[in-house]
Every structure is written in structure tokens, then in C-alpha cells.
Ligand binder design. Structure first.
Ligand code: ADP
Length: 399
């Protein structure tokens, strides 16, 4: 069985074709600058990389080009479209409508359209991608895999904000959480690694990348997560502020003559570690600048690591203990300095890492950096959101 995984953004469309017998990626790539002049498709198979520069006025043209590239006799990966058994789409928000992945039909798509207002930056593009694929591959089974679904098991006391209950009911204002496919993948990998029955496991997963979120996973199910109504909440991120006192908004608006929309844009785009450091949102630049004596870069790294540490502490309390702490995504997998700072002085919780193991480069497999004798396993696990989407699509197809 071969499954095409599609992740459609507003001007991009990333894809992977995965052979489910081996779970190997047989082709992958992405279209950039859809709807903008100078659009191109980068397509990679075992035969090499091909860059196709072509006008892509919309997602429909983009997916058509992807399908052509996949079956191209010279640089393709399959001989005909019939070899694609199903398509799995990444969708950012399920609202309260779906608590698991679903096969798409008109009714499902209508519910997704209703949820556009919950994620206005991402949902329209996700839906364009789905519509384009349905047009280009009529009759092909398609699954929607939601970033929020893994968090749907949170108890009400974890997802409720302390606002008037009617406003939660009427406007769906609550914690949803994001990066669900990543938290699901790495927590499942950790459960396999621990070799215990899933029901007995208590795991904290730290997805630290361009956007970062932390989740508490008990018995394989998410019980709390740091992102909220939107992916702006939780720990500070590349350019996002993370949590702050909501009263800052009114004060900031007055001082900088901002509208509410300006404030939210500012908190999304001009804050986080980039805002504190004035250097960069990229942790490679930050660690380099800090090592060269840049105090604000060091402060940004300290703020970030301290906040991650605080979330871990609070989730140990929420879980009532801890078996395993997982680091994943760009920073979690690569920035040893952050892992070290987060795990420092955590012996009280049974967390301690081996400094040499922590410094070893990740090789794409699970890397155990636990110090000898420490009670809690600390693992670095490369995330694989596309594989989760493909697996869920396969499951739905076989059900
Ligand atoms: P996104 O949320 O954009 O998918 P990633 O998970 O790819 O983000 O994480 C990107 C971040 O990971 C970069 O901004 C950078 O700060 C950090 N990082 C640190 N080292 C590396 C590395 N060797 N490769 C990639 N990203 C790295």
C-alpha cells in the first residue's frame, strides 16, 4: 500500500509518498510560492532531486504538478496514479468536532470550513489542499489527520480556561493544543522503548522547534499540553511570546498605538527568543552568539530553558510521577545546550542526563541520554509527523 501525505500551507504544499509495507519514503518534496511569481517544485526520490520551475497560480495546479512528478518516467517513483491507495492530509484544527482522524466527505469538509475562524492562518490553506486533491484524484480515499486530535483526551479541568462558561460554550474558547501528531508519535515510540504496558506509563514530550509545545501523556493519552486556543500559548518560541499576562495587551496597545490585531501579530512575529535576543529566532544562531558573549542571546536561551523546565515540573505534578522525558523537533533533537539547561538540577524528580551522551550527534534513531542510575529515562526521539499521518490513513482505509 502506498499513501501520499499532503501538508498544504497558504503558499506551499509539502508531500511524501510512503510505502506502508516498509514505511519507507519513496518520494518527497514541496511546492513553494504557490500563487506568487517564481513558484517551483522540489521533488526527491532515490534517483536524486529535481527542481521544476513552473507557474503555480493555485493549489490545484500545484498538486497536478506533484502527481506528474510522481509518475514521471525519468524522475518519478511510481508508474501510475493507481499505485497511490489513499491520501492523508494534515489539518491544523479539529475544533470540538473530531477527536480522531476521519475519511473526508462533503459533511466533514463542511465542518472543517466552520472551524476556519479557529485557525484563520492555516485552515483555509489546508482546505484548499484537500479540495485540490479531491479534484485531481476523484474517488481516491482521503483522510484528515488533525494537529489537535491527540489532545482531545484532555480532561475538562485541563482544557477549560477560567472564563464565563457561556463564552466557552458559545465561542468554543478553550485549550486545544497543537503538534498532536508529533506528541503522539514520540510518546508511542517512547512507550515501545520503555517496554512497559502503555497503561502504566507517564511521559512528558517536549516538541521544541520553530514552534514549541510540551505535553503530559498518561497511559498513552494526552492529559495536558502547553499550547492553548492557538499555537501562541505556552513556552516562548522563535518569534512567539508564549504565555504572558493578558493585561499586557491593553497596555501595549496604548503605548504603541496598536489595535488588538496589531498586538496579536506582534506577539506572534516579533517576540519569543528573537525578540529578547535581537539576534535571531534560530537556536543555532543563538547558541553561537551566546558562546561569543552576547548577553541577550544568553538571556533568551535562559528564558526558554527555564520555561520548559517549569512546564516539566508542573506536568510531573499533573501526571503524579514520571517514567520518561522526551525531546524532539529541531531544537529538541539538535540543541544539546537546551537539553542540558532544562535537565539541570532536576535530580529531585529523578531526572539526570549523561553529559557525553547528550553531546553525541543524533543519528536518526532513539537516543537515550539518561545518566547512569537515574530513575526517569530521558530520550531524544526524531519526530515523524508524516509517518503518523500515513499510519492513521492506512488504519482508516483498513477499518
Ligand atoms: P518547524 O517548527 O519550523 O518545523 P523545526 O522542528 O525544524 O521547526 O525546528 C527548527 C529550529 O530547530 C530552528 O529554528 C533551529 O533553532 C533549531 N535547530 C537547532 N539545530 C538544528 C539543526 N542542526 N538542524 C535543524 N534545526 C536546528
Amino acid at each position: 500500500m502506498k499513501i501520499l501525505v499532503v501538508n498544504a500551507g497558504s503558499s506551499s504544499l509539502k508531500y511524501q509518498l510512503i510505502d506502508m509495507e516498509t514505511e519507507n519514503v519513496i518520494a518527497k518534496g514541496g511546492c513553494e510560492r504557490i500563487g506568487i511569481r517564481g513558484s517551483n517544485l522540489k521533488h526527491k526520490t532515490s534517483k536524486g532531486e529535481k527542481i521544476i520551475e513552473r507557474d503555480m497560480p493555485n493549489h490545484k495546479v500545484a498538486i497536478q504538478l506533484v502527481l506528474e512528478a510522481l509518475v514521471d518516467p525519468e524522475y518519478g517513483a511510481i508508474s501510475s496514479m493507481d499505485e497511490i491507495d489513499a491520501v492523508g492530509h494534515r489539518v491544523v484544527h479539529s475544533g470540538e468536532d473530531f477527536n480522531c482522524s476521519v475519511l473526508v466527505d462533503d459533511e466533514v469538509l463542511a465542518k472543517c470550513r466552520n472551524n476556519i475562524e479557529l485557525a484563520p492562518l492555516h485552515m483555509p490553506a489546508n482546505i484548499l489542499g484537500i479540495e485540490a486533491c479531491r479534484e485531481a484524484m476523484p474517488g481516491k480515499p482521503m483522510a484528515l489527520v488533525f494537529d489537535t486530535a491527540f489532545h482531545s483526551t484532555m480532561p475538562a479541568y485541563a482544557y477549560m480556561y477560567a472564563i464565563a462558561y457561556d463564552d466557552y460554550k458559545n465561542f468554543k474558547i478553550r485549550r486545544y493544543g497543537f503538534h498532536g501528531t508529533s506528541h503522539k508519535y514520540v510518546s508511542q515510540e517512547a512507550i515501545k522503548y520503555l517496554g512497559k504496558p502503555a497503561a502504566e506509563t507517564k511521559i512528558i514530550t517536549c516538541h521544541l522547534g520553530g514552534g514549541s509545545s510540551i505535553s503530559a501523556v498518561k497511559g498513552g493519552k494526552c492529559i495536558d499540553t502547553s499550547m492553548g486556543f492557538t499555537p501562541l500559548a505556552g513556552v516562548p518560541m522563535g518569534t512567539r511570546s508564549g504565555d504572558l499576562d493578558p493585561a499586557v495587551l491593553e497596555y501595549l496597545a496604548a503605548k504603541k498605538h496598536y489595535t488588538i490585531l496589531d498586538c496579536v501579530n506582534y506577539l506572534n512575529k516579533e517576540c519569543g527568543v528573537a525578540g529578547i535576543s535581537g539576534v535571531s529566532s534560530d537556536f543555532r544562531d543563538l547558541t553561537k552568539a551566546a558562546s561569543e558573549g552576547n548577553e541577550r542571546a544568553k538571556l533568551a536561551l535562559d528564558v526558554f530553558s527555564y520555561d520548559v523546565k517549569k512546564y516539566i515540573g508542573s506536568y510531573v505534578a499533573a501526571l503524579g510521577g514520571l517514567d520518561c522525558l522526551v525531546f524532539t523537533a529541531g531544537i529538541g533533537e539538535n540543541t544539546s545546550q537546551v537539553r542540558k539547561a532544562v535537565c539541570e538540577n532536576m535530580e529531585y524528580f529523578g531526572i539526570a542526563i549523561d553529559e557525553d551522551k547528550n553531546e553525541q550527534k543524533n543519528d536518526g534513531s532513539i537516543h537515550d541520554i539518561t545518566a547512569a542510575g537515574a530513575k526517569v529515562k530521558v530520550l531524544v526521539i526524531p519526530t515523524n509527523e508524516e509517518l503518523v499521518i500515513a499510519r492513521e490513513t492506512k488504519e482508516l482505509l483498513e477499518a
